[in-house]
Design a protein around this ligand. Structure first.
Ligand code: TEU
Length: 591
């Protein structure tokens, strides 16, 4: 298969515009702010920029509720700013991909306004409307018991036309009806071709497996008796029409040599996943899997936490790294530890790392962990400087995400006179809240806004602004770009070294095969990467996921061979000393 620009060597840096960099000090990040930081992104070694939704939106779900695919959210900037961003990326040799959110629109989109205006409107069928059901007492009920991702019924009643409409996410995000061909054609024109014609190089495709629903909308199995509405992923994910819809879309992408990475939730069976990315019949270039970011989520409501052990993470990573080899040629893995929907990886995967020194060591170890994995790499803004979750002592008013707030308000409403519940549930929400990924990026230790924005001067009639979301106070403890950019021992310096190491040895670290080792070890994560270079080159990666010293022995695979220490997260290491300090990682190579 021809090597296209993105195949495997893609190092993608994801920007969440609202929290990245605010050029006009109105408290919101913006597109000129992104442009001002492109050299920082380039200096990491990234070769692709992924911009999370920048489109016109009421921002009920922070931009994943789009009211006009062909317009830019005004606080982020103008169409000219966006066109300049595309140019400035290409001038630096950076590719640029946007977010493609076409399972649903905002309820403020002109299409939905027309659809809900009357049952006879030509766009009525562009969304999913159904009559109410009634129980034996004559009480009105939604068409089925599906729960939305945001912990409500997946249906909302429309008084004006006396029907319910479907929304797998919040009620302000009505699902498009993909069985309607006119709707599909307009979606392709407005959301895809319009931006590809402006020169972008592809898309991250939101909820890419949810377009094909069972149009008889059967009830979901009752798996959570505490909630009147039930998770229904198995019914609305990976439906029978998905291949048809994605082939229509991929025919468009092929014309532009566009890269696509699909977000593929609730699909544990890798054979189903491979259907989307098999190089012999690709519908998408690659997909994100969720095994490793679901370990701490319990059954039912996704704020039900569960504890996990290191061998479970080893299983998840082995699955993510090896399932792609079940096609010939192998498909492409999309490797990530963070994004806008996930808590910060240091806090999630190394929860015992608390002090600035411990979080720094953990950040470097996780950088080694991720960059040693094969496939395309996805790095989320702030991950490169070791940003962490914010403290669980922050009050509910600091949370902005509809996901967190819906659940918090649901628990408060159902906690009766138990006044301890709200505080308890907020500590649980804090552990995995998406809000942790949405605090402003920490550019410097400059007070009071960490370089995200300058304090607005206020003055005559000018409104005083502050960041749309509170900044994590640990920006003062060295977790900021300015303090790290000249520190050779910083997390930022290490990410640059790790990416350079990986790109210098693609046979080992980009295309190499992944072989797990020492599965039962509860503290140390180790694996082999084998180059398919005919020379038998093999790398041994050993990572201490605990805060305590751990010993290790070189695997038999390396014994008796010429072994070199390729990289260590701690600068002072001795080859013969097989002891790892807390959160220390090493890579040995035998050639
Ligand atoms: O997420 C869809 C999805 O799979 C959800 O599980 C998601 O992970 C979310 O965290 C549920 O809590 C995509 C976007 O990444 C997410 O930001 C949007 O909220 C969602 O779709 C709706 O567009």
């Amino acid at each position: 298969m021809p090597k296209t620009w993105w195949e495997r060597e893609a190092i993608v840096y994801q920007v969440w515009p609202a929290s990245f960099a605010d050029s006009n000090n109105d408290g919101f990040g913006d597109i000129p702010g992104i442009i001002s930081k492109l050299d920082h992104i380039n200096s990491l070694g990234a070769n692709t920029l992924w911009v999370s939704p920048h489109y016109a939106s009421p921002r009920i779900d922070e931009g994943y509720d789009i009211s006009d695919y062909k317009a830019v959210y005004p606080p982020f900037g103008t169409m000219e700013d966006t066109e300049r961003l595309i140019r400035e990326c290409h001038q630096r040799g950076l590719k640029i991909i946007f977010d493609l959110v076409i399972n649903h629109t905002s309820d403020q989109h002109a299409w939905f306004k027309a659809s809900r205006s009357s049952k006879s409107n030509p766009k009525r069928d562009w969304y999913i409307w159904r009559p109410a059901k009634y129980d034996d007492k004559g009480n009105m009920l939604p068409p089925n018991n599906w729960r939305s991702y945001f912990n409500e019924s997946a249906w909302t009643w429309d008084e004006h036309t006396q029907e319910y409409y479907l929304h797998l996410f919040c009620k302000e995000q009505p699902d498009l009806n993909w069985t309607c061909e006119d709707a599909r054609k307009q979606i392709y024109q407005d959301a895809i071709i319009f931006w590809l014609e402006k020169g972008i190089n592809g898309f991250r495709v939101d909820t890419v497996n949810m377009y094909s629903k069972p149009m008889d909308f059967p009830d979901a199995e009752v798996t959570d008796s505490d909630n009147p509405y039930q998770p229904a992923h198995s019914l609305f994910c990976n439906g029978p029409e998905m291949p048809k819809y994605l082939r229509e879309i991929s025919a468009i992408f092929d014309k532009y040599d566009a890269m696509t990475v699909g977000e593929l939730p609730s699909t544990p069976d890798f054979k189903q996943v491979l259907r989307y990315i098999d190089p012999n019949d690709p519908q998408l270039s690659m997909v994100f899997s969720f095994d490793h970011v679901s370990l701490d989520r319990g059954e039912g409501q996704h704020f039900y936490l569960r504890s996990w052990k290191l061998p479970e993470l080893k299983n998840a990573i082995a699955h993510m790294q090896t399932f792609v080899r079940n096609s010939s040629p192998p498909a492409i893995a999309a490797t990530y530890l963070e994004n806008h929907d996930q808590p910060r990886s240091i806090s999630r995967f190394c929860p015992a790392a608390q002090t600035p020194e411990e979080t720094k060591r953990a950040g470097k170890m996780l950088a080694m962990f991720q960059t040693a994995m094969s496939g395309a790499q996805f790095i989320y803004q702030g991950q490169e400087i070791g940003m962490t979750n914010f403290p669980d002592t922050w009050g509910p008013h600091e949370y902005k995400d509809v996901d967190s707030l819906n659940y918090y308000n649901y628990v408060v409403a159902h906690s009766g006179d138990d006044t301890s519940k709200p505080g308890e549930v907020l500590k649980k929400i804090n552990r995995i809240a998406r809000d942790n990924a949405r605090t402003p990026v920490q550019w410097s230790s400059a007070q009071p806004y960490a370089g995200f924005m300058a304090p607005s001067q206020g003055g005559e009639g000018k409104q005083l602004h502050k960041p749309w979301m509170r900044i994590n106070d640990n920006y003062k403890d060295g977790i900021n770009v300015e303090d790290q950019v000249h520190d050779p021992d910083s997390v930022l310096a290490f990410w640059k070294q790790a990416i350079a190491m990986r790109q210098a040895r693609p046979a080992l670290f980009v295309h190499g095969t992944y072989e797990p080792l020492d599965h039962e070890n509860q503290h140390t994560f180790s694996f082999l990467k084998r180059a398919e270079d005919g020379k038998g080159t093999v790398a041994y990666i050993v990572l201490n996921f605990s805060e305590k010293q751990q010993t290790f022995t070189l695997p038999t695979e390396l014994q008796g061979r010429k072994v070199e220490l390729l990289m260590g997260t701690q600068q002072k290491v001795h080859l013969q000393e097989h002891r790892l300090g807390g959160y220390e990682g090493r890579i040995y190579v035998a050639s």
